[in-house]
Each structure stands twice: as structure tokens, then as C-alpha cells.
Design a protein around this ligand. Structure first.
Ligand SMILES: Cc1cc2nc3c(=O)[nH]c(=O)nc-3n(C[C@H](O)[C@H](O)[C@H](O)COP(=O)(O)OP(=O)(O)OC[C@H]3O[C@@H](n4cnc5c(N)ncnc54)[C@H](O)[C@@H]3O)c2cc1C
Length: 407
């Protein structure tokens, strides 16, 4: 059995960045990455954007050229799952039966796409959008001429998929349980704007709608809602969130209910075991004291840097400002901060002009900015969020005054 100074589980954004940051920090010990995905580390955001649209080949999604990992003496074991952790012996058990020892372990397992569990969810033609293989299967359907889609889930992934499918000339109905789109992440102004935009682009919306079952013999032919309506389709895309991939960590005794709990240096409750990225529940300084799991490239990347620093003997608490983006049609939504606990919103600009921002306040303090086709507001608003600036709603709404002049 081999033992490595650092073993990283997961070869996604967090795992790859942890390895890169360790070498950047001058770490000279052995590093071994182990990931279930058979492809070398790649970026996920383009999967529901340019890759699905056929605008970017897979090679351009790679986080680093394949040779990089060997050049930096970072071992890559691909297509292999970690099934069990022995925290006393500091050993990992792999699906292949192999065992691997670690001095320190970084868990960056992300999450698995949540699956529909209604009758019919075994049928062909039901797609997730989580990894490259999911999107390749969806592309195969498109190449085979499938054009009628139901998208279940009106969050970022579902809406990005819907916008690409529309651009490709497909008919699309989005079914969302909540009574507005993006309800988990955005305020009502933004939800309404995106609902109108999708409808303008020809997407049919069913809000406040529950999927009762998928119809079909071997392949999906329709989606029946709790209202009794059946929407005919040839394929379904489910974008209904993720289930954090932390089974072996929790079974080994790590604390966590929604993912795995980590400290401000991303340490789990298990000795010498860190966790980062989508699966790491943490007290984010921008979350009004709440423990959150953030699903974003920024969070995975910055947590990876935090762990690399801690391992290299320079521990610093994780305090990066959250940011996020989403592309739909010609709209670029950029978010700085977290709107959790906001008690007021300010609309800056006119949604009808397709360039506006929504600014979120808590006790008069700017805590988050959603900017649609307004990159300056995003960049300058982010600085207000970082500075915890107190600005009057009237001034924030005044588009004649740049946000950078409001500190
Ligand atoms: C389609 C899509 C679009 C997105 N768009 C955006 C966007 O526009 N902006 C943004 O900020 N974020 C976006 N995200 C989110 C972002 O990609 C994630 O937050 C980020 O990838 C998280 O990194 P991670 O390392 O935590 O997890 P991941 O990148 O998901 O990597 C986790 C890896 O761990 C592996 N793994 C899990 N369990 C095991 C195990 N037991 N053994 C071995 N390997 C295991 C998985 O197979 C996976 O490869 C998007 C995500 C998706 C899926």
C-alpha cells in the first residue's frame, strides 16, 4: 500500500486547485489525487453553457493541460471511487479493492445530481447536468434529433440548460415547484425578470408545479404534474440540486448533517482531514452567522487555497467574499456577496433595458449585488459588500452615481 503526504479525493474544481495551490505554496511532499470521474480535471460551468451549445470542445474545459499534473509531480488516479475511510489507520479504501494511506486528506467530493424519485424516473431520456458524461448523453439525444424537452427545476442549471436548448431550436417547458424561478438564490425582482425573459424566448413555464410521474414505456414521452396536466416531451432534464458526496467521511465519524462540517481553516472533525467546495458546510462571514454550503467555483477555489496555506504552515481563516455568475441567452448575471437575511432591496437601472442591478441590504448595510449585464455594478458593488458599506437606498438607486463613489 502506498502512503502519500497529501491525498485529495475529487478531481473537480476544489481538488484540482488544492493540488495547484500546494505546489504554488512550495509544498514538496507527495500529492495523490483520486477521482471518480474518468476525465482529467475540467471546469464544470461550461457544461450547461458553451459545451452543451457545442461552442467549446472538451479540451478547452481542462483546468490544466494533461501534462501539467505529471510535470508538477501530482499523481492522478481517475475513474476510481473512495468507498471507505479508516481515520485511525489513515487509510482510504477504493472501489477497486486497493488501499491508499494518507498523512493529510483533502476531501473535495462535490455532490451528485439529485435524481427524480417519482414513478417513471428509471426511463431513458431523463438527464442530469452534473458531469461531462451527463452532458455527452444529452448531446447524443440532440444529435439523434430529440427536440422536445421538459426541464425540471428553475434554478441556475435548469435555466442555463433551457436557454441553450432554446438556442438550439428545441421546444422547452420549465417546471418549478416554487412559485418563482431562482427562488433559492435571488430576490423577486430578478426572478420576475428571468421568468419574463425565458417566456419571451419561447420557454413555457409551469411555476408552483409538482412532477407527479414520467410517462412512457422504455423512454420518457411526457411529464404529468400534480395538477393532472401531462406535458408531452421526448426528453427531460432534471436540475434539482445536488446531494453532497460525503458518505465515506460521515461513515468514518466526521460531523455533518448537510454535507460535512468544517472549521474556518476547512478542517473537519477528523484529525488531519480537510473538506472543501460544494460539500463543505461552514460559517461564512458573509452569511449573517449562518452555516452554509456554497456551490460555486469561487468557494471551491478559495477554500482550496485556504487548505493549502494551512498545510504549508500559514493557517488563515476562510473569509473570501462569495461571487457567482450565470449566462442565459445574452444575459450575464453576476452576483457578489450573499443575500441571506436581507431586509430591503434596491433596484438600480431598468430591467426593460436588460441592464440593471438588484442590491440587497441588511440593517442598511450592502450585503449583496445581483448585476445583469452591468459588470461595473458587480465589480464596484462587490467592494461595497466587502467594506460592509452603509449607503442610502436613494443613492444606490441613482444610476448617475457610480457605486464606487458611494463608499
Ligand atoms: C453544469 C454546471 C454549471 C455550473 N455553473 C457554475 C457557474 O456558472 N458559476 C459557478 O461559480 N459555479 C458553477 N457551477 C458550480 C461549480 O462547478 C461547483 O461549485 C464546483 O465544481 C465545486 O467544486 P468541488 O471540487 O466542490 O466539486 P466538483 O467540481 O463537483 O468535484 C467533485 C469531484 O469529486 C468526485 N467524487 C465525489 N465523490 C467521490 C468519491 N467517493 N471518490 C472519488 N471521487 C469522488 C466527483 O466525481 C467529482 O469529480 C456549476 C456546476 C455545474 C454542474
Amino acid at each position: 500500500m502506498s502512503r502519500y503526504d497529501v491525498v485529495i479525493v475529487g478531481t473537480g474544481h476544489g481538488g484540482a486547485q488544492a493540488a495547484i495551490a500546494l505546489r504554488q505554496q512550495g509544498f514538496e511532499g507527495s500529492i495523490q489525487m483520486i477521482g471518480r470521474d474518468p476525465s482529467p480535471p475540467y471546469e464544470r460551468p461550461p457544461l450547461s453553457k458553451e459545451y452543451l451549445a457545442g461552442e467549446k470542445p472538451f479540451e478547452r474545459l481542462l483546468i490544466r493541460p494533461v501534462q501539467f499534473w505529471a510535470d508538477k509531480q501530482i499523481g492522478l488516479t481517475l475513474g476510481e471511487s473512495v468507498t471507505r475511510i479508516d481515520p485511525e489507520a489513515r487509510e482510504l479504501h477504493l472501489a477497486s479493492g486497493e488501499q491508499v494511506g494518507y498523512v493529510r486528506l483533502i476531501w473535495s467530493g462535490g455532490g451528485d445530481a439529485r435524481r427524480l424519485s417519482c414513478p417513471g424516473s428509471h426511463l431513458d431520456g431523463l438527464h442530469a447536468v452534473r458531469d461531462r458524461r451527463d452532458v455527452d448523453r444529452l448531446l447524443e439525444d440532440l444529435q439523434a434529433g430529440i427536440r422536445n424537452f421538459v426541464v425540471v427545476g428553475g434554478g441556475y442549471i435548469g435555466l442555463e440548460a433551457a436557454s441553450v436548448l432554446r438556442k438550439l431550436g428545441c421546444s422547452v417547458t420549465v417546471v418549478e415547484t416554487q412559485d418563482r424561478l431562482l427562488s433559492r438564490v435571488a430576490g423577486e425582482d430578478l426572478s420576475n425578470f428571468f421568468a419574463e425573459e425565458h417566456q419571451r424566448q419561447g420557454v413555457a413555464l409551469r411555476l408552483g408545479a409538482q412532477v407527479e410521474r414520467l410517462e412512457g414505456e422504455s423512454r420518457v414521452e411526457g411529464v404529468t404534474l400534480a395538477s393532472g396536466e401531462t406535458i408531452a416531451c421526448d426528453a427531460v432534464v432534471a436540475g434539482i440540486g445536488i446531494v453532497p458526496s460525503v458518505g465515506p467521511l460521515i461513515a468514518a465519524g466526521a460531523a455533518g448533517a448537510n454535507g460535512v462540517d468544517v472549521s474556518d481553516t476547512c478542517h473537519t472533525s477528523l484529525e488531519k482531514v480537510y473538506a472543501i467546495g460544494d460539500c463543505a458546510a461552514h460559517a461564512n462571514p458573509y452569511a449573517n452567522g449562518a452555516v452554509v454550503r456554497l456551490e460555486s467555483v469561487q468557494n471551491a477555489h478559495d477554500m482550496a487555497n485556504t487548505v493549502a496555506k494551512a498545510i504549508c504552515g500559514d493557517p488563515q481563516p476562510y473569509d473570501a467574499m462569495p461571487w457567482f455568475w450565470s449566462n442565459q441567452y445574452d444575459l450575464r448575471l453576476q452576483t457578489a456577496g450573499l443575500s441571506i437575511g436581507h431586509d430591503a432591496t434596491v433596484l438600480r437601472g431598468d430591467p426593460a433595458e436588460r441592464s440593471f442591478s438588484v442590491i440587497y441590504l441588511r440593517d442598511g448595510i450592502v450585503i449583496a449585488v445581483d448585476a445583469v449585464n452591468r459588470t461595473k455594478d458587480y465589480a464596484q458593488g462587490g467592494k461595497l459588500v466587502k467594506a460592509r458599506a452603509e449607503v442610502s437606498p436613494e443613492l444606490l438607486a441613482d444610476t448617475d452615481v457610480p457605486l464606487k463613489e458611494m463608499r
